[in-house]
Design a protein around this ligand. Structure first.
Ligand code: CA
Length: 235
């Protein structure tokens, strides 16, 4: 899951980014309204945390513009303005939720989880590929009936692959979507995580059943006749 923080208070933006990364989210920061709008337009985010008081372009305006071009983007407004009319205006302009500063980080996390869960359940309840099942909303994955104990990065890589079954996904794509932009990361890091993911899946790189190494990246193998449509029987 990739999140954009639009916040002009640098310390707060960095603290939020640090906390969210620890939770396994890929995070980018925009320090002004215009930068937030530009990044929101260019990149694919699952959720935007949007401050209302921004120096160059008001958060409400950013919200309206983003909402016009990306109707499905989740927007959580974060602001010191707690007056009722501001909350109403924010929601009317297309924000999905609203949190008033000062707030507890735990509450922000809970609201993000709730928004993503609501959204993901609506769009795609669970992902399936062969005997693999992954629930993006609860961050749980299974192989058959066995629950997989994955790290946040392994889970994010598996989710990214399972959203593109049978497609070749490059290491750069994985870095961008799992770690976020502007990371100084060698593709060898992706290899290390793929390797541990394979081990947990009981997969063999030479004779892969799940993750195949191909020229230019990786591909999630999908058994004949298997798709993403049917939810698991125990769900
Ligand atoms: Ca501000």
């Amino acid at each position: 899951m990739r999140i954009l923080i639009v916040e002009d208070e640098v310390d707060l933006a960095r603290a939020l980014a640090r906390g969210l990364k620890q939770e396994g989210y890929a995070v980018d920061i925009a320090l002004s309204g215009e930068e937030g709008w530009a990044k929101g337009e260019i990149n694919e985010y699952d959720l935007v945390i949007l401050d209302l008081n921004l120096p160059d372009m008001d958060g409400l305006e950013v919200c309206r513009c983003l909402r016009e071009s990306k109707p499905e983007l989740l927007i959580l407004m974060l602001t010191a303005r707690g007056r009722l009319e501001d909350r109403v205006t924010g929601l009317d302009r297309g924000a999905d939720d609203y949190l008033v500063k000062p707030f507890y980080f735990e509450e922000l996390l809970a609201r993000i989880r709730a928004l993503l869960r609501r959204d993901l359940r609506a769009r795609q309840p669970v992902l399936r590929a062969g005997d693999l099942t992954l629930d993006p909303a609860t961050h749980v994955a299974w192989k058959g009936k066995r629950r997989l104990e994955l790290t946040a990065k392994e889970f994010a890589i598996l989710e990214y692959l399972m959203r593109r079954p049978g497609e070749v996904v490059s290491q750069e794509d994985i870095i961008e979507h799992v770690w976020g932009e502007n990371v100084n990361l060698f593709t060898s890091s992706v290899r290390v995580h793929i390797c541990s993911l394979r081990r947990k899946l009981g997969d063999d790189a030479k004779h892969p059943r799940y993750i195949e190494t191909v020229a230019g990246g990786y591909r999630l193998l999908v058994p004949e006749g298997e798709g993403n449509e049917t939810p698991p029987a125990f769900w």
